[in-house]
Every structure is written in structure tokens, then in C-alpha cells.
Design a binder for this molecule. Structure first.
Ligand code: SAH
Length: 234
């Protein structure tokens, strides 16, 4: 069976922001060679009034503007192919995890909705059963950088995108741990040496050292990840 390339449909008020950073380096080369596809769609094309308005004042008052449910629904219905996740990037969503990124990479693609202003009218989020995903506990001015981050994380996992297939497997989060620290030449930098074990040539010792460092970093920096890890350990 011929498989279509993984595809990202992005709904945005700023389609000219794309591919942006995704047009460079690993993701950019993969985009050029057809390993994935990107379509940025202008939400404003689905406005129906003379002024092409996509937002209105918040019901109940308060500052800012809210993106209209009817315009958003028209845009989604026109471009979302179904059969793949429909995701609204939102600080109210579940934080993105490497596990979710991996799942998204095994699917056919995603449709991503980028908010602006105060975000989307709640009714369209519910009516189209959107999955809400957050990049973290901070507020961006728009969903576009979050969409780019999500796409970047997925694309590097697609078959053929990363140079060495193995380099995805050992990374931070993959085994429930942060990754070990990295070193390269010069041997001495401002009086600091590369840990001698790494230049010893003893692969077993290197492996053990890296494992210990990964555990130490996770324990010290991310106690909640460490607790999860201990709970999951066979
Ligand atoms: N008033 C909202 C913030 C709106 S920010 C609130 O306090 O919850 C405008 C848009 O930026 C949002 O609609 C969303 O698409 C995007 N955005 C902001 N922070 C984000 C985050 N942490 N993760 C993903 N998207 C975010």
C-alpha cells in the first residue's frame, strides 16, 4: 500500500509565518524531499462579513477579543481531513509529552489550530471535539510558535528524517529519564576536563556512567519525572 507523507494542516491568522523555522535544517530538508507535507491555511479566508472579521468582544466583558466559533468551524470543516487528530494549541490544554509526540508521528498527520487574542470561543472547541495541547505553563501571544514546536518534535521522528535511526531512542524522556550530559573535544576547556571514563574506551563503563548521570539529573532536576520512573520500573 502506498502511504501518503505525514501531513500538517495549520489554521492560522498568519500563514506567512510558515514554514519559518520548519523550513531549515533537518525539518526543512525533509519537507523539501517530501518526507512530510505542510499546509498553512488563513483563517481569515473563512470570515463571512464585509470586514472579514474573525474575532469579537468577550461575552461577559473584560479585555481582549475572542475568535468566533462560526468562522473557526467553517475553516476547520474546509481543511480538516478527519481520521487524524484535531488539536488546538492552548495554555489550558494538557502539556505536550514525548509519548504523545511519538503517537502523532505514527499517524497520518495532524490539523493544528493556532489561537490569537484571548483564544477560541469555547463552543467550537467542544463542537469539533478538539484536543487541547499546551506547550507548558506560560502564555504565548499566539499558537503559531507552539504549532511549530509540536511539528518539529514529530517530524524528527518520522522515518528517514534523522540521520541515525538510533539517535531517537536514547534521548531525554524516551526511557522516562533526562539524558546524560554530552562532551566533545577539546580535551580541556578552561581547565575543565572531559570525564575520564568517556575517553577510556571501556564501553561498559561508559554505558554505566551515562545511566548513572541520567538518573542523577532526573532525580535532582525533575523529582516528578523521577517518581514516575521509579513507579514504572520493572
Ligand atoms: N487568554 C488565554 C491566553 C491566550 S494566548 C489564557 O489565559 O488561557 C493566545 C493564543 O496563544 C492561544 O489561543 C493559544 O493558541 C496560544 N498559546 C498561548 N500560550 C500557549 C501555550 N502555553 N501552549 C500552547 N498554545 C499557547
Amino acid at each position: 500500500m502506498a502511504t501518503e507523507a505525514w501531513s500538517a494542516n495549520v489554521l492560522t491568522l498568519f500563514p506567512e509565518m510558515f514554514p519559518g523555522p520548519l523550513g531549515h535544517s533537518l525539518a526543512g530538508k525533509a519537507l523539501e524531499s517530501g518526507l512530510w507535507r505542510l499546509e498553512a491555511v488563513d483563517i481569515r479566508d473563512f470570515a463571512t462579513d464585509r470586514h472579514r472579521s474573525v474575532d469579537d468582544t468577550p461575552s461577559g466583558g473584560g479585555p481582549g477579543m475572542v475568535m468566533r466559533a462560526d468562522v473557526m468551524a467553517a475553516a476547520i470543516d474546509a481543511v480538516h481531513p478527519g481520521g487524524q487528530p484535531l488539536i488546538y494549541l492552548s495554555p489550558r490544554g494538557r502539556p505536550l509529552t514525548q509519548a504523545r509526540v511519538r503517537e502523532l508521528a505514527t499517524g497520518s498527520g495532524v490539523t493544528l489550530v493556532c489561537g490569537r487574542f484571548e483564544g477560541l470561543d469555547q463552543r467550537v472547541i467542544e463542537a469539533r471535539a478538539m484536543e487541547e495541547i499546551s506547550l507548558g505553563d506560560f502564555v504565548l501571544s499566539g499558537g503559531e510558535p507552539a504549532a511549530m514546536a509540536l511539528i518539529d518534535a514529530v517530524v524528527r521522528l518520522l522515518p528517514g528524517v534523522m540521520g541515525k535511526d538510533a539517535s531517537g531512542a536514547e534521548e531525554s524522556f524516551e526511557g522516562g529519564l533526562l539524558e546524560y550530559p554530552h562532551y566533545t573535544r577539546p580535551q580541556i576547556f578552561e581547565g575543565r576536563e572531559i570525564p575520564p571514563v568517556l575517553t577510556s574506551g571501556d564501553h561498559q563503563k561508559v554505558k554505566a556512567w551515562r545511566r548513572a548521570e541520567a538518573e542523577k539529573a532526573t532525580r535532582e532536576r525533575r523529582p516528578e519525572l523521577w517518581d514516575d520512573f521509579l513507579g514504572k520500573k520493572p
